[in-house]
Design a protein around this ligand. Sequence first.
Ligand code: FMN
Length: 186
Amino acid sequence: MSEITGAILGRASEPRLQAPAPGNDVLNEAFACAARAPDHALLRPWRYLVIEGDGLDALADVLARAADDSAMPSEAKLRSMPRRAPMIIAAITRHQSHPKVPAVEETLSTGCGVAYLLLALQAHGFAGMWRTGPANYHPVVHEGLGLADNESLAGLIYVGTPIQRKPAVPRPESNEFVQRWPAQGI
Ligand SMILES: Cc1cc2nc3c(=O)[nH]c(=O)nc-3n(C[C@H](O)[C@H](O)[C@H](O)COP(=O)(O)O)c2cc1C
């Protein structure tokens, strides 16, 4: 097994996170990894917001505004969400009009970047958890985070030092989700 595949096979999201969050050196390396995401036409269709300290209180205020919508969780629940980690990284897709690149490809590129970001953080002993939930798609939250009309929120990545590793997630065997095509005849 290579060092890289070993790191990927060891990847796990961790919901229980505490300080310290990664410092600038680790973050810069992780974002450099995120920028290696495959990217059709090199549109660079992603940007990230790093939120910590007082920023988490400001994010709690932004999320709480969505509670006016009865389809959203309660204000108390929304306010408590940013307290789950010492740092949150908002992953944003910047949709651009390109004749050869449909919007879904920009979202996919962002997802690849987030995956690399998570792996890079894990390589330095940190952990993360990608979360969305209904507030992720609420216009009040987008406005509060300063998203432009052509941007969407791919998710909030909760980042920190794991308090306790979660139980192992069962992973499917490749023969459960991979086939040869066309199907092999008998
Ligand atoms: C786009 C996206 C959104 C997600 N949103 C949530 C979420 O809101 N809440 C949650 O518990 N897990 C969410 N997850 C799943 C976790 O990040 C995580 O992948 C899952 O718990 C499985 O753990 P693992 O990453 O260790 O396999 C999301 C994953 C993705 C890719």
